[in-house]
Design a protein. Sequence first.
Length: 585
Amino acid sequence: MQDLPRSKVLKQQIFRVALLASILFAAGAQAAGTGIPLRLIAFNDFHGHLEPGNNVLALPDPDDPGKTVYVPTGGAPWLAGLIAQLRREATHAAVFSSGDLLGAAPLVSSLFRHEPTIQVMNAIGLDFGVVGNHEFDAGADELRRIARGGCGQDAADAAATSCATGAYRGAAFQLLAANVEGSDGRPIFPPLLVKEYGGIKVGFIGVVTRQTPAIVRRAGILGLSFRDEAATLNRYAAELKQQGVEAIVAVVHEGGAVGTQWNDTACAGAQGAIFDIAQQLSGDIDLVFSAHTHQGYNCVVDTPRQKGLRVIQATSYGRGVSVVDVLLDPASRDIDRMRTDSRNIAVVNQARGKYAAVPKDTRVAQLVAEFAELAAPKANRAVGSIVAGIGSSLPDGSREPADSAAGRLIADAQLAATAAPDAGGAQLALMNPGGIRATLPCATRPPCGVSYGQVFTAQPFGNNLVVMTLTGQQLKGLLEDQQKSSAKEARFLHPSRTLTYTWKRGAGYGERVADLRLNEVAVTPDVRYRVTVNNFLAEGGDGFRRLLEGSDRSGGMLDVDALAGFLQTHPGYAPDRNPRIRLAD
């Protein structure tokens, strides 16, 4: 090979050094944070909690991390204030709900058919919301009205009022529901949303738990199909990729639970449907925002298709927000997963120790106050008194009672409302635990007054009571069904005072329920019994499809009115501390 002139060799060396320097400079710039910054701000399971009420979060004590501080949190004005602050700090930001904005809500939202909640979200500037199962509480048609606007003509609850403050204009943000399809096989709301930040497109796909048909009224979702969450997410992620969208975020109204604090990314003991879904996701999906279980977690998990997938949820009721800061890489046009930061932040509304309150949004505060004032006459109406707080805690694998004090109270109230021959002739009542949304507190010297608003917050669904006939064999089968073959723990229906039995843990199906008695008399398989449940259960809700076999049905009053009436006729009510379900190994 012919030798090159010395000058040419020198020029080539200079070029190589310059090229290497430019590469190193580019790498250094990337490490320093080159890219399009995007802040993702999410909250979930708001459930119309416009006012803070008694909501708190158990947070680590800054002075002693081994201890816990109970911090007052929540309330739409403070949620709006924190979101506004987080937005101001960011170059680009997206704000969204991961489902259950509506439904199972206090009176200030439910009394006005959840229009106040939508108006508050419009004021906050929500970019989009994913539908949760509770968005279907009043049916798909009512959900469509809430989204598009207009006054409701036929209220699901006769006591509810639409357009209370004038014309209702609907949601200024988009609802997403990729896996909810109508009879034509098409999603009833858009499956995804693509937004552009600094010239880079980001796709958001929204899905709701496929278990929705088992946990809402069947009549409200006739003709709808709820498809597999992971398969739907993967399908639309592939479509986004074909369109040239590389940055993809999954927003899933499904959840799980972890055994660690809400910002511990190790997430020891993580379990539940959302983590099963994560294991099935394609590598195209960069982040997963979760919901549904009202838990706070910030997990980084490995899956078969990617390492370090973030799965995050921010508790419920507006008590916290999830914040994920990402960088969009201009070269790949994707999220740089190695430079992603995620955390949950408490919406503190009252300073507690070193936890400072966030500034509230005065415009949202004024809007909430307007609806609270309209609801006040009904919310503040006294319905009774109690001598101690009535809780709704359920077993967690320990020896806690299987039925709670709140469940016993509600079941007794429903029995009392339907026991008379002309009201159905009920002999027992059963209450689903998921229908109990709040406790009845007694924080002052007893007796403590109970308002209609408190009763409504405990039972906000507006269900009607249904009395039906079941044979003793059907009743025992119904109780055996409380533990599904795939579940580790039973999901107990709360019985009225007339029904008692023993639940044998670890026993096989058909052998779990023993010594089943009605008014201390053994239940006989071929005897017919009159049973009261709410219409959600009567339609097979929560998977209790055996109730569809009930015959000779008669309708009753609203469940909330039954509870209010019971407390009114039992002033100074003392909670029943005696379990009606005895647990045995």
